[in-house]
Design a protein around this ligand. Structure first.
Ligand SMILES: CC(C)(COP(=O)(O)OP(=O)(O)OC[C@H]1O[C@@H](n2cnc3c(N)ncnc32)[C@H](O)[C@@H]1OP(=O)(O)O)[C@@H](O)C(=O)NCCC(=O)NCCS
Length: 347
């Protein structure tokens, strides 16, 4: 049972956390009563969670005993100054966690064991590059026999989500603002999760614009097709594959997307070293939403983006949107006679 009801998390989300965790911890008591805690690699299959281990040893001693598996994910280390200008005490951690309780069992069927080990490989080596693990494959038969696979079938699963739901919407807004100011890549990834758990009110300006437009900074929040709808037909992307356009958005130091309801209506990004130079690229607004300030708002937010705001110079090339940038203080780049532009092209 969870003491704090406000932190309860749905069972399916808790299972998902267990499934995507590279490491979980197994806790139990040895036959002599001594506590045992060991890191394991969890593999979720259906309503069971499995892990592998040596053919003998401490973990096997726990078979038939009540055990607990736990995993957690730190979403944000929230600084004290999000809450108070001087006092250190309010500093806190936003996290999610899962605990699965049950009696440890051993898996003996080689077909089932092979499936668990293949599940482990799929998570640890998603790029493949090995023969799939099958019980009847002579390359794997001995290895499967020589490894033990233990786990919990239909355990009691309790999930916790502490993402600021217990604060007032106004304080959540302060937390989001503090994370944006500090701006590590982890902080930026946390922002969407916190908003999703419970929205702020009022919304900080970096997250909301006019007409209820919402800005997000994690490019994985934008579906590939939605990005391509905005970018694929732009003149500067002629001859660039959709795969490269999307990969560029996802890998940029700074990305901003504008949503109207559940529709992506704008995208912009910057590459940046954070100190000397940032370069704005792929700025586009859906034609039905142009001339309402969305493009300008995205550029403003990119200039203030944690990965860009420290850059001494911000550059871009444009064919016909110069007024948009000029109104924000961009000037023309002088082209001294001694400087020539060079490039190296790949197909
Ligand atoms: C350029 C673009 C991103 C601007 O987005 P937007 O949301 O319409 O821009 P805003 O509403 O914030 O415009 C702010 C100002 O920029 C200027 N501006 C915007 N688009 C312009 C255009 N096509 N030509 C000239 N000025 C333009 C105007 O001064 C405008 O202010 P105004 O509406 O008061 O006249 C959008 O028109 C677009 O996607 N165009 C096609 C792709 C493109 O050319 N991208 C630019 C790459 S550098």
């Amino acid at each position: 049972m969870l003491r704090r009801v406000d932190k309860a998390w749905s069972a399916s989300e808790a299972w998902n956390l267990l499934a995507r965790s590279a490491v979980a911890h197994l806790g139990g008591a040895a036959p002599d009563g001594a506590p045992i805690v060991r890191p394991i690699h969890p593999v979720v299959r259906g309503d069971a969670v499995w892990f592998h281990g040596a053919p003998e040893g401490e973990k096997l001693d726990l078979v038939g005993q009540p055990v607990q598996l736990t995993a957690h994910e730190i979403v944000a280390e929230v600084p004290s100054y999000a809450f108070h200008p001087e006092r250190a005490c309010p500093a806190t951690t936003f996290y999610t966690s899962v605990a699965a309780r049950g009696v440890l069992v051993r898996l003996d069927d080689p077909i089932e064991k092979a499936a668990v080990l293949q599940g482990l490989m799929t998570r640890m080596q998603p790029e493949g590059g090995h023969a799939p693990i099958h019980a009847d494959d002579p390359r794997y038969r001995n290895a499967i026999a020589g490894i033990s696979v233990l786990g919990l079938v239909r355990p009691e699963v309790v999930g916790k989500s502490a993402l600021g739901q217990r604060y007032t919407p106004a304080v959540r807004g302060q937390v989001l603002q503090a994370l944006w100011r500090r701006g590590s890549p982890d902080d930026l990834r946390a922002i969407d999760r916190i908003v999703e758990a419970a929205p702020p009110d009022p919304w900080p300006a970096f997250l909301r614009g006019a007409d209820g437009v919402r800005f997000r900074y994690d490019a994985s929040a934008a579906a590939r097709d939605d990005l391509l709808e905005l970018l694929a037909a732009q003149y500067w992307n002629e001859g660039v594959s959709g795969e490269r356009i999307v990969a560029a958005a996802r890998a940029s130091a700074a990305w901003v997307g504008a949503w109207h309801g559940d529709r992506l209506i704008g995208t912009a990004r910057a590459i940046s070293d954070g100190a000397k130079l940032a370069y704005l690229m792929d700025v586009a607004v859906h034609p039905a939403h142009q001339r309402r300030g969305v493009g300008g708002a995205m550029v403003d937010r990119l200039l203030d983006h944690p990965a860009v705001r420290g850059a001494r110079r911000v550059e871009l090339h444009t064919r016909d949107a110069a007024p948009l940038y000029a109104s924000r203080g961009f000037g023309l780049t002088p082209s001294p006679a001694w400087r020539i532009a060079m490039r190296y092209d790949r197909a």
